[in-house]
Design a protein around this ligand. Structure first.
Ligand code: SF4
Ligand code: SF4
Ligand code: FES
Length: 321
């Protein structure tokens, strides 16, 4: 076991725990933001630098501070380590610069972007960024690309976090896309027109922290804060069948995995549950979904659930006769 102090709070954690995991064990008030790390995906993290922290004491044995800020998702704790996150001025400044870099090539698309309201980049820039940009040159742009039948890639908004690549690598049965080229020419691409149509590809949408990978069955149907998230499940032979249904009125506009307090899906769901089951009668409704993030979705949120009515053919005939 190793004792580590983060923002003045001490915790004992198993050897090999990363600083980020230790901070999450303490709680959200000291946990650094993450744009590429995803606890359910192996080898994620190390790309975005938004989780940087300052190590002011390396360990009990070697108390020297680490010379540079380190990525907390990739750095293991040592016994006696002292870490500054929100209490470190250097970290606050560096994080603002990281946001600036992430936004260097990012469009001002929020008013028309399906991710708005549940976008980690919006939250990151609001909470850690500068309110003004110093770069007014043209952002790089890409054509929108269909990745299979149900997913659209808008590379212009991608921050190259590699999460979708890890999903494809680890939970689908054959990766056909990845990051091509290097530097400012990097882009997510499929091998020419190869479509991603395996059973779990839709999870790329859930892990994408921005609006680069979107659900074509949901695009432009509603701003997310006008929808009502509801927990539901069904017997599924491919996945756990535990999902969130996003209602508008009586219509299920989209189906997603359930996300925890870190914005990560609890269990990956299959494409049948996600794209093909959009009727209330397909599901057993459990109740109102708690949205843990301090997002606009939680603002003025309803607390009671009125089970949406399923119209039968007879009801429709009665209305139209
Ligand atoms: S990805 Fe997020 S920050 Fe970017 S345009 Fe969409 S909502 Fe705005
Ligand atoms: S498309 Fe989304 S998930 Fe994939 S690398 Fe870009 S930002 Fe990350
Ligand atoms: S979350 Fe650690 S580098 Fe991205």
């Amino acid at each position: 076991m190793a004792k580590v102090t983060i923002d003045g709070i001490e915790i004992e954690v198993p050897d090999g725990t990363t600083i980020l995991q230790a901070a999450r064990m303490i709680g959200p008030e000291v946990a650094p933001p993450t744009m590429c790390y995803y606890s359910k995906l192996k080898n994620s993290g190390g790309y975005c630098r938004s989780c940087l922290v300052e190590v002011t004491k390396g360990s009990e044995k070697d108390p020297r501070p680490m010379p540079k800020l380190v990525a907390s998702c990739r750095t293991a704790v040592m016994d006696g380590m002292v870490v500054g996150n929100t209490t470190s001025k250097k970290v606050i400044e560096a994080r603002a610069s990281v946001v600036e870099f992430l936004l260097l090539n990012h469009p001002l698309d929020c008013p028309v972007c399906d991710q708005a309201g549940e976008c980690h980049l919006q939250d990151l820039s609001y909470e850690h960024g500068n309110y003004k940009t110093r770069t007014e040159f043209e952002r790089r742009t890409f054509e929108k690309l269909d990745i299979g039948q149900n997913i659209q890639l808008h590379m212009t908004r991608c921050i190259l976090c590699y999460r979708c690549v890890k999903v494809a690598e680890q939970i689908t049965d054959g990766r056909v896309h990845g990051v091509m080229n290097r530097g400012d020419l990097s882009e997510i691409s499929t091998y020419v027109t190869e479509a991603i149509d395996n059973d779990f590809s839709g999870n790329m949408i859930d892990v994408c922290p921005v609006g680069a990978l979107t659900d074509k069955t949901f695009r432009f149907k509603s701003r997310v804060w006008f929808t009502k998230p509801v927990d539901a499940h069904r017997d599924c032979d491919k996945c756990s069948g535990k999902v969130v249904l996003w209602y508008k009125g009586d219509d299920v506009l989209r189906v997603t995995g359930r996300k925890d307090q870190w914005g990560e899906v609890e269990e990956f769901i299959c494409n049948t549950c996600r794209f093909d089951k959009k009727q209330t009668s397909d599901w057993t409704i459990e109740g109102v979904r708690e949205i843990n993030r301090h997002s606009v979705i939680s603002a003025n949120k309803y607390t009671k659930l009125v089970k949406p009515k399923e119209f039968t053919l007879n009801d429709i005939k009665a209305i139209t006769e």
